[in-house]
Write a protein that binds this ligand. Sequence first.
Ligand code: F6P
Length: 343
Amino acid sequence: MKKIGILTGGGDCPGLNAVIRAAVRKSIQAGWEVIGFKNGWKGIINNEYVSLDHNAVSGILHRGGTILGTSRTNPYNDDDSTSVDKIKNTFKENGMDALIAIGGEDTLGVANKLAQEGLPVVGVPKTIDNDLNCTDYTFGFDTALNIATECIDRLHSTAESHNRVMVVEIMGRHAGWIALEAGLAGGADVILIPEEKVNIEEVCNLIKKRHSRGKTFSIIAVAEGAQLDNQDVTTEEDLDQFGHVRLGGIGNQLGKMIEDKTGFETRVTVLGHIQRGGTPTAFDRVLGTRFGVKAVELILAGKWGRMTSLQGNKIVDVPIQDAVGVLKTVPEEYYNMAKVFFG
Ligand code: F6P
């Protein structure tokens, strides 16, 4: 019987279990066996896996997170120079015929390098940030977007009751998709994203203009990756194995500036990992399911180094190589459209 390995890497996101379940169900249908590596690339380096049969993936479709665990381990940049060789050994030792790597830019970057080294690897794109190229959407984004929108809805009533400015800090490291669309859907009065320079004077003028029309409250949606004075706002200096800083804190800095410059009482809410936790939306469950089935179809066809992708309403495949390297950021014209609703 042929054998497929599967792993989930990078930040978790709602819909991962739908992919795992679908890949296992499709493999069983094809007469293949599946093993799941624990905690991303760490699990395949250390050959730590669980067997994934019908029972193992029963009852997980609606569950957030990943039953396999995840990590931000980078085999090309960890403390052990033999990590990539260990991965190759794991393939041999287990008699593995293929690997499905489910992840974002970082995890798929590793998958791409391994495929270029000749390993039979396919990829499935995931990230709540929706910043992966060559796919219209990644699963997890829709859930995060809906959570952030509901939070903005909830902030409205308390903002209005207290005549306050509410700053809401939303996830999005290099791309502002969640902040932009939650801001649009929730009726935020200013939206700030990493792709656009933040002009604090302009933000304050927009708030003042709104209040001069008789409005007594405002909602400001800011992506954690938006920059102040062309600098990331971070909680610590250390970089992870993929070279990322841990972002956070722009909401509080912005809130203070707004209060100082406008005189309006301001409060800050940081949504944080609430956006990544819990049950996936129907959209993310269906997208994850379609990706999981497609990943096994790619394996059956021997299409190594390819990634599943949503284009329009079709599930297609693209080279992983094309999806990594350059991020899919918010186009300027989309942000300009959103500006119609500022102030
Ligand atoms: O990449 C997804 C993401 O949620 C980003 O929006 C955020 O900056 C980052 O992960 C947080 O990572 P961690 O959970 O490791 O703190």
